[in-house]
Design a protein around this ligand. Structure first.
Ligand code: UT7
Length: 329
């Protein structure tokens, strides 16, 4: 038995931050941001709006589209690095907001690879035969950990999320394979240093701005291109497939140049690659499920199509997933 996607959804908060807005906040230009990252706008939550609110919108949309009741959900998995609270999972908050009385759930922290990790977890739960309706969400409120005076990070990230409903599949449609990796020796290159057990929140950590995301952009860039291409090629080779067999490639949207370089190394043409980074920036665990939902809306996925996902992120974490697309509601 396999797990297949039977409904998709996304949520982007209303507020929009443009490159021109950022020009007024830090020493940067629209031209620099566009040419170095491909980003033009990103969405931001409003005051009082958090990751569980985005997740709740997403699950409500999934229920509406699939015609299921909240009580039918067995499991809620939330990939996020920006939970509402350090203690109490985002999954628990969503479970309560939608009154999914028969569901249990938990969060998965794997930065930008989080959604692929969560999809693998959800798929294995379905394959066990014990769970029938698994909601997998990828959502991040990156604005909650961004220093809007740091031009190295504030131009890249945005808020948003997406999700899918996974159900059992008894034919060849569904999640076919995945390859996932972790290498914690890269943890210092993309991290939030304070607010955890090593550096609990204190006046000192606040003064040193340790609650904001730090990244060594160049290191992460090199790692991303190498690993995303490697793991995408590896999953195709493992399944006896070539670039031409891929109907749609949805890579993590971190930087347009990373996406283009990865596609080139994998021998994929422009029209096989889904790109929306120009509108949303990098929404961390949100980029892939947002793109899947948009691809459905734009009729870029048909029954029988082969969908390739690839992601990389802090940790370091990276991975790929192959999906035979099926009918969705
Ligand atoms: O999901 C994983 C998350 N992270 C990523 O995927 C990030 C991966 N890294 C990147 O996307 C890129 O490294 C960045 C977009 C962060 C930076 O682009 P870059 O082409 O690697 O720029 P750079 O760091 O090599 O900087 C080039 C120049 C520097 O000036 P000098 O030393 O050449 O005079 C920087 O100070 O550009 C300068 N610079 C900027 N200028 C205007 C750096 N950031 C900015 C900025 N606006 N925002």
């Amino acid at each position: 038995m396999k797990a297949k996607i039977t409904a998709t959804a996304r949520y982007l908060p209303e507020r929009i931050l443009t490159n021109f807005d950022l020009e007024k906040m830090v020493d940067t230009t629209d031209d620099w941001i566009r040419s170095r990252t491909g980003i033009e706008t990103r969405h931001l939550v409003s005051e009082g709006e958090a990751t569980s609110d985005m997740g709740t919108h997403i699950v409500r949309q999934l229920l509406e589209r699939s015609g299921k009741k909240a009580s039918e959900i067995d499991l809620i998995l939330v990939a996020t690095s920006t939970p509402d609270y350090p203690v109490v999972s985002t999954a628990a908050l969503i479970q309560d907001k939608i009154k999914a009385e028969n569901a249990w759930g938990f969060d998965i922290v794997a930065a930008c690879t989080g959604f692929v990790y969560a999809m693998e977890t959800g798929a294995k739960m379905i394959e066990s035969g014990k769970y029938k309706n698994v909601v997998v969400i990828g959502a991040d409120t990156m604005s909650s950990i961004i220093d809007y005076t740091d031009r190295n990070t504030c131009i890249i990230f945005g808020d948003g999320g997406g999700g899918v409903l996974l159900e059992p599949s008894d034919n060849d449609e569904g999640i076919l394979d995945s390859i996932l990796h972790t290498d914690g020796s890269g943890s210092q290159y993309l991290t939030v240093q304070a607010g955890g057990s090593l550096h609990p929140a204190s006046k000192d950590t606040l003064e040193k701005k340790m609650h904001y995301i730090y990244q060594d952009g160049k290191k992460v860039f090199k790692f991303a291109v190498k690993r995303m291409a490697e793991v995408s090629k590896a999953i195709l080779d493992k399944n006896g497939l070539h670039g031409d067999d891929v109907s749609l490639f949805i890579p993590h949207q971190a930087n347009r140049r990373i996406i283009d370089a990865t596609a080139k190394r994998c021998g994929l043409h422009k029209d096989q690659v889904f790109v929306n980074i120009n509108r949303y920036g990098n929404t961390t665990a949100g980029t892939i499920p947002i793109a899947i939902d948009e691809a459905v809306e734009l009729n870029r996925l048909a029954e029988g199509d082969l969908l390739l996902l690839a992601a990389f992120g802090g940790g370091f974490t990276w991975g790929s997933m192959l999906i035979r697309w099926g009918a969705i509601s």
